[in-house]
Every structure is written in C-alpha cells, then in structure tokens.
Design a protein around this ligand. Structure first.
Ligand code: ADP
Length: 356
C-alpha cells in the first residue's frame, strides 16, 4: 500500500505535468513552424541567400525545445516523487500505526508534523489510541480486582463446604449462616459491579427532573431508618422545603442510602448521623456527618476508588464490597456535582455539592 499510494500519486503528478509540457511544446512547435514559413515567403521575395540563417534558426529552436522538454520532464519526475512522498507519507504512517494498534500495540502513535488536516487526522488517531489504551488498562485492572475480590470468599466457602463434607465440621446454624453471609456479600458485589459497569457505559443516562430535595432525603432516610433504629444510632436531617434540584430522584436516593449505610456501619451504638443542607449562591451543599470511627488521613484520598477498603479485614466482616463510594462518586459526577470527605477522630463528614 505504501509504494502503491506513493507511486500512484507520483504518476498522477508526473502525468499532469507531462500533459502541460506536451501542450506547450506542441504549441511552441506549431507557432515556430508558422513563423518560419512566413520568414521563408518573405526571404524568397527579397532574393537573398538565407539558407545558413534559416538552418541556424531552425537548429536553435529545435535544440531549445528538446532541452526544455527533457529538463522539464526530469524536473516533473523529481517534483512529482517529492510531492507524492510528502502527501502519502503521513497517510502511510497513520495506516501503519492503525495496523499496529489493531495488532494490540496500543502504545503506537503517529508522528505529527505541521498543522494541516492530515495533522488533525493524526491527532485524532493518537487520541483514539490513548483512549483504547486507557480502556484496556481499566479492563485489565478491573478483571484483576474482581478476581482478587472473588478469590477470598470463594476459598473460604470452599474450605467450609469441604469441612462439612468430610465431617470435620458440624453444619451448625451459625456456620451455615456465615456461609450464607459470604454468598450474600458476593451477590451484592455482583449487583453493584453490574450497576457500576452500566453507569460507566456511554449509554448511561440520568432521568432528571426538578424536584424538592427534601422529599428525596425523606425517602432515603425512610429506607434505612429501621436499620438505624435496630443499632440505636440516631438519624436526623434538616433541609428547607424550598430547595429544588434538577436531579434523578432514584439515583439521588441511591447516593444517600449508600452514604447512610456506610455511616451506620462505621458508627457505634448510641452514635448519631446527621444530614444537613445548605443553600449557597448557585449550589446546594449537602453534608452527611457521623460520629463513627473516622477514616485515617492515609486512606482518605483513596476511599472513592473501586474496591478500596480502609481496613480490609474489618470491612470484609461488615459486608463491604468497596464499591459503594465509587458508585456515589460516579452518580454525583453524572449530576455535574462534586463529592468529597473529611474525617477526624470524631467521625466522618461527606460533602456533596450540586448546582440548583
Ligand atoms: P464498602 O462497601 O466497603 O463500605 P465503600 O466504597 O462504600 O465500600 O467505602 C470504602 C471504604 O471507605 C470503606 O471500606 C471504609 O473503610 C471507608 N468508609 C466509607 N464511609 C465511611 C464512614 N462513614 N466512616 C468510616 N469509614 C468509611
């Protein structure tokens, strides 16, 4: 393809230049011929011996035409190949880079020169390669993370089942319940992973409507209040009924439930969790504050990352998948909002800023 495109372009350019040269040469010959005939007619009338002059004139014309023609052809060939090479090289480079990418070498890039349309095409191709590379890295880390997350519970379940089967362990209700909890945790993780994958797909869309924020908070609080009651953790909120936000109601409730479930998980008995909403100029700031165990500063920057758990052994026991906050962040971002956390020894506060 490299040679073909290059040669074809060269032949097109050479062909066009040769045609132009041929036409100009033929017209020079015809014009010269016409003038020489005129000169002959006039010289015959004057009765002079002009044969020598005639001969040199003709020779001069013929030679100059031949040399011009030959020189122009050589020039056309050289320019043709040079121009063809200039035009075809970036295209050929792009084709080779695309071939390397399709072979799996996603670090292949096109060398960009200049600022023309071809350079823009090269930039787009490089951008595409960068995105593909990123997606591929995500896919690999995601697969590794999932495999890592599944390995421990599956190994535990397998050893428990083997112990029951071999009669080493009595299948007491407690032991069966612990297996059941592990399966529950796995099921939750699969559901959350599916949800997260859906949210990260380009087809994901929110169903946004303008609604009072207070009613969303009320519904979220309703969903978790029984669990709070059971653990004797106080849950309260304050939000002006006038605040309306343009948001996806179900997703906002999902955000709240995730944050409140975490708050409950990490808050001891008789603790408290409070939701407050502050109206700012163009935004609304919602805070969810708990009196729980808090998050150490080293963990704080990572808690929104997929499968991140601050205290892995404890969180495994508390049933955490490490996906709850990743989902929260994805959903808040989808609402063009911002979520972050601050934590000290006196519990944790999650902040969500949304535009009104
Ligand atoms: P998980 O399902 O494990 O709770 P999340 O993504 O919801 O996963 O949270 C990630 C980690 O952040 C948790 O494992 C926990 O260590 C920490 N975390 C989240 N919320 C709180 C909180 N309110 N108090 C203390 N730690 C928290």
């Amino acid at each position: 393809m490299n040679k073909r495109l290059h040669t074809r372009l060269a032949f097109i350019i050479i062909g066009i230049s040769t045609c132009i040269l041929l036409i100009s040469t033929v017209s020079v010959i015809l014009a010269t011929h016409y003038h020489i005939s005129l000169f002959h007619d006039q010289a015959a009338g004057m009765n002079h011996d002009v044969s020598q002059l005639n001969y040199h004139l003709e020779q001069a014309l013929i030679q100059s035409i031949i040399w011009t023609f030959a020189g122009s052809i050589i020039l056309a060939v050289l320019i043709g190949f040079y121009v063809a090479n200039r035009i075809s090289k970036p295209l050929v480079d792009m084709k080779q880079a695309a071939e390397r990418m399709s072979d799996g070498q996603l670090d292949a890039r096109v060398k960009i020169e200049g600022k023309n349309e071809l350079a823009e095409l090269g930039n787009s191709l490089n951008e595409l390669a960068k995105q593909l590379h990123k997606q591929e890295q995500l896919r690999v880390t995601m697969t590794e993370d999932i495999a890592h997350e599944l390995r421990t519970p599956l190994t535990t379940l397998k050893s428990h089942m083997r112990a029951f089967e071999d009669g080493i362990w009595e299948p007491t209700p407690e032991r069966i319940h612990s297996c059941y909890e592990e399966i529950e945790r796995l099921t939750k993780m699969v559901v959350e992973l599916e949800d997260l994958t859906h949210m990260e797909s380009p087809a994901f869309q929110l169903e946004r409507n303008e609604e009072p924020l207070k009613s969303m908070i009320e519904q979220g609080v309703d969903l978790v209040s029984a669990a709070f009651h059971e653990k004797k953790v106080d849950l309260s909120f304050s939000c002006s009924p006038n605040i309306r936000i343009f948001a996806d109601r179900n997703r906002m409730i999902q955000i709240l439930v995730n944050l409140l479930t975490n708050a409950l998980k990490f808050t001891p008995e008789n603790g408290n969790v409070r939701i407050e909403v502050l109206e700012e100029q163009q935004d609304v700031l919602m805070t969810i504050q708990d009196s729980g165990s808090g998050i150490v500063p080293e963990d704080l920057p990572f808690i929104f990352e997929r499968f991140y758990r601050a205290d892995k052994s404890r969180n495994r026991r508390t049933g955490g998948s490490g996906l709850g906050l990743t989902i929260v962040k994805r959903l808040v971002n989808a609402h063009s909002g911002h979520v972050w956390a601050e934590s000290g020894k006196q519990g944790t506060t999650f902040y969500i800023r949304l535009s009104i």
